[in-house]
Structure formats: structure tokens, C-alpha cells
Design a protein around this ligand. Sequence first.
Ligand code: ADP
Ligand code: MG
Length: 354
Amino acid sequence: MTWDETAPDGGTRLVGAEADGEDRAAEAALRPKDLAEFVGQSTVREQLDLVLRAARARGATADHVLLSGAPGLGKTTLSMIIAAEMNAPIRITSGPAIQHAGDLAAILSSLTEGEVLFLDEIHRMSRPAEEMLYMAMEDYRVDVIVGKGPGATAIPLELPPFTLVGATTRAGLLPPPLRDRFGFTGHMEFYTPEELGHVIRRSAGLLEVEVTEDGAGEIAGRSRGTPRIANRLLRRVRDYAQVKADGVVTREAALRALEVYEVDERGLDRLDRAVLTALLKLFGGGPVGLSTLAVAVGEERETVEEVAEPFLVRQGLLARTPRGRVATPAAWQHLGLVPPPSPDRGGQTGLFGA
Ligand SMILES: Nc1ncnc2c1ncn2[C@@H]1O[C@H](COP(=O)(O)OP(=O)(O)O)[C@@H](O)[C@H]1O
Ligand SMILES: [Mg+2]
């Protein structure tokens, strides 16, 4: 089995943070339209509010904005809010969509004054496009290369002032010259359960689903700090409540539905629990090598490392050490198991060739 979080069929992983096909359709209706409606992220919200208000007061185009943070935390939503707050049109593209500098030149040269250009996954842009972007951001100018080989000439082209909003899940991968050209960088944090509860109640209102306070709370606790996951779990619980009960999203409905979908009270799914269970039951809590652990759960190394582990590490259930993967006391507790009495685990891991 493979776990492609971006698979278009959408059925792969209920607690994956990337958008699937169903999310894309559903999310448009759930996006907050202005800063006041945007839940949580008080630091970014306040900072951005100042940046945008000041620009509006000056009658100027807003500074370039970089938004960094994990998938599903609201980067695309914020970019649209920036455009709405500035009363400006928005053009949406992404790093991987820009293969050649010429692709970027075509987009830049068609921007209108004050327009917001949203560049998603900006860290995945090609090098030549990146260099063109430096000049566009700083001087509102691009050099369009006409012709090929020795006869090629660069024709400078003036651009109207625009606002670049870049989004990245990997701010560390951005070259410093690019990072430095943003006037403001917003770091998006994972949401608290209270904030997610708010997101869920808001979404339920828009979907015209009745949700109780503890129903929203139960879903929030399992949503991994991520609004996209909260909205997706809400839709699944709503389905359950409609089919098996009276349609109201209660705590009871959430508990039952998420048991069916194998999302536990901390937001771990079957894969996460398989990794943790193997680590505890087969390897006494580790340390065990990644490859061995992957074989034990019948998954690829990459799946264990990139899909399951980040959240387990974030939850303080698993640690990556130079000697291998190690379970924390919280992991034993979460799975209701008792850790072995002594830290000396003898030849247990040797059995599996770790
Ligand atoms: N602060 C927020 N308040 C309410 N809903 C939010 C918030 N942030 C994200 N969402 C919801 O989560 C979904 C995913 O957000 P999105 O902006 O696409 O995330 P990203 O671009 O960071 O992956 C959107 O449908 C949006 O409705
Ligand atoms: Mg996005």
C-alpha cells in the first residue's frame, strides 16, 4: 500500500495535511474572507493587519509577504485575504508551475497595478526564475531575453507595482537573497484545540450542520493542530451523524465516526499506530533503525520517515536518535502498554538486524 498524501482520489489519508480533491472543492466555501474572520494565528494576523493598514493609508501597494508553515494552516487563505483587504485582484500560481524564467516573465508582465501575485511552494521554483524574481520584487523590472545564442538581447520591461505573496512549507530552503526581499514574513503555527474548535463551529455554520460544543471539541483534539484536517474530519463525522443518527454532530457521533475511520483521540491514524506498536512491541521501544522499523510495518522507509514520523515526533511519542528510533514514555502510555522495567534491552533488537 502506498500513502500518497496528495493522491487525487482523496481517499488515502484522513489525517493527511495536504489537500485532496474533495478538500479543494469543499475548502473554497469555508475560507475566511477577511482578517477578522481568520481564526487564531494572532501574531501573524496582528502583524499583517498593520502592514496592510499602513499600505492602505499611504495609498500604496503592500510590501511583499512571505508565509511559512506546515500544509493546511491557512497560507493560501491568507493570501486571498491580503488581496481582499487591499481590494486588489489576485493571480495564483506555484513554484512547480514555473519551469522557465519565460513562464514567470509572462505572468509578471501581465500584472496590473496593485495586483497580488500568489506564488505557492515558492521554494520549488527554478533557479533562473528565482533570479528574475529578485529584480521584479526589488525594482519592478524584468529583463526579457529575445532571441537565442550570441544574438540574444535583454529588453528591460517596466512592471507596475505589485505585491508578491510567497508561501512555503520549507522556509529554510529559500535562498537568503529571496528571503531578504520580502518586507514581511509570517510564521504560521499549529492551532490550539480551542482555536480548532472555533474553526469547526464556524465551518459547521457554513455547511448548515448542527454541532454541539463537545462535538466540536472532540473533533478539534484529533485534528493535529491543522484547520484543513479539522474541516475534513467534520465532514466525515457529519456523514456519520446523518446516516447513523439525527444529523447533529455530537461528541458521541464524533467518537463513533472517528473510531470507524481509525483516527484516535490524539489524531493518530492506523499507520501512525502501526509504527508505534511495532516500535514498542517488537523492539521494546528501540532504539531501532528506520529500515528495520519500516520492514516491520510493511511500508517504505520514506513513508515511515516522511508520513508517520513527523507527527509522532511533534507529539513527543517518538524520538529520532543517532542510534535509531526510540519511543518515549508517552508512547507506552498512549498505547496502554507497560514499558520494560530496565533500560537494558539485551539482544532484542539484534534479532531483527537493527
Ligand atoms: N485561520 C483559519 N480560520 C478558519 N479556517 C481556516 C484557517 N486557516 C485555514 N482554514 C481552513 O483550512 C483550509 C486549508 O487552508 P489553506 O489556506 O488552503 O492552507 P495552506 O495553504 O496553508 O495549505 C481552508 O479551507 C480554510 O477554510
Ligand atoms: Mg495552500
